[in-house]
Design a protein around this ligand. Structure first.
Ligand SMILES: *Cc1c(COP(=O)(O)O)cnc(C)c1O
Length: 229
């Protein structure tokens, strides 16, 4: 696969992020474009890097392995964004700087233990099911505080913010309230727990990232729009 088209895709997304930032009075430097490579071959990595991307994400360890073996993988920061089984934690901790999908105490303990064992700290985001859809992963909004507190106390974790997946919507405007809800929850928890470091909002994908940026996203997770031919 020739990934020559990737540069233009990155430029398009960047221009749209900048426009969304102008509309909402934000600094584009505060929005990290995280390229979701799960559907692409490892050959996409040098193309992404050449286009200025520094963050890449995978949602399954099995799919991540091939990407991580590519020489270009080490020039990127890796984010784990899918459901994470505790028996995969030993593979994920050494290779991923970020885990966006912290959704249960058991996983927090497993990640922290592995991080301590390896002398690293894993940046974690608590995944919240803002929309309340039954099939969506993540904790209910009212349970986010307990998990943020736990992650803050564990020595191997740096709790940095919240992540959500919006429901599939016909128009991005229809999910604006989901992004606004995640932002409101983060601000509430940050002040209630006096946790200045809780400042990352991972929200927005290929079809709704502009609305997410307008609502305060600091990390947008873009797959298809960047890497699908
Ligand atoms: C696949 C995936 C994305 C990217 O979705 P696109 O619609 O391809 O941009 C973002 N977040 C998660 C958790 C994903 O699994």
């Amino acid at each position: 696969m020739d990934y020559g088209f990737v540069r233009q895709r990155v430029e398009e997304v960047r221009a749209r992020v900048e426009a969304a930032c102008r509309r909402s009075g934000r600094d584009p430097a505060g929005v990290r474009i995280v390229a979701v490579t799960k559907t692409a071959s490892p050959d996409v990595l040098p193309a992404l890097h050449a286009a200025g991307i520094r963050d890449a994400a995978e949602n399954r360890w099995q799919m991540a392995r091939d990407k991580l073996a590519h020489p270009a993988a080490s020039s990127l920061d890796w984010h784990f964004i899918g459901t994470l089984q505790t028996n995969k934690v030993k593979y994920v901790v050494p290779r991923f700087a970020w885990v966006h999908s912290l959704d249960r105490p058991e996983l927090a303990h497993a990640l922290s233990e592995e991080a301590v064992r390896r002398g690293v700290v894993v940046n974690v985001l608590v995944q919240v099911n803002i929309s309340g859809e039954a099939q969506k992963h993540g904790v209910a909004p009212e349970d986010a505080e307990a998990l943020v507190r736990l992650a803050h106390e564990l020595p191997g974790l740096a709790v940095r913010g919240l992540m959500t997946m919006a429901p599939i919507a016909e128009r991005p405007e229809d999910v604006r309230h989901v992004f606004a809800g995640l932002r409101a929850l983060m601000h509430e928890l940050r002040s209630r727990l006096s946790l200045e470091a809780l400042d990352q909002l991972s929200m927005g994908m290929s079809d709704d990232f502009e609305v997410a940026v307008e609502e305060g996203a600091t990390m947008i997770r873009i797959g298809r729009r960047l890497v699908n031919p």
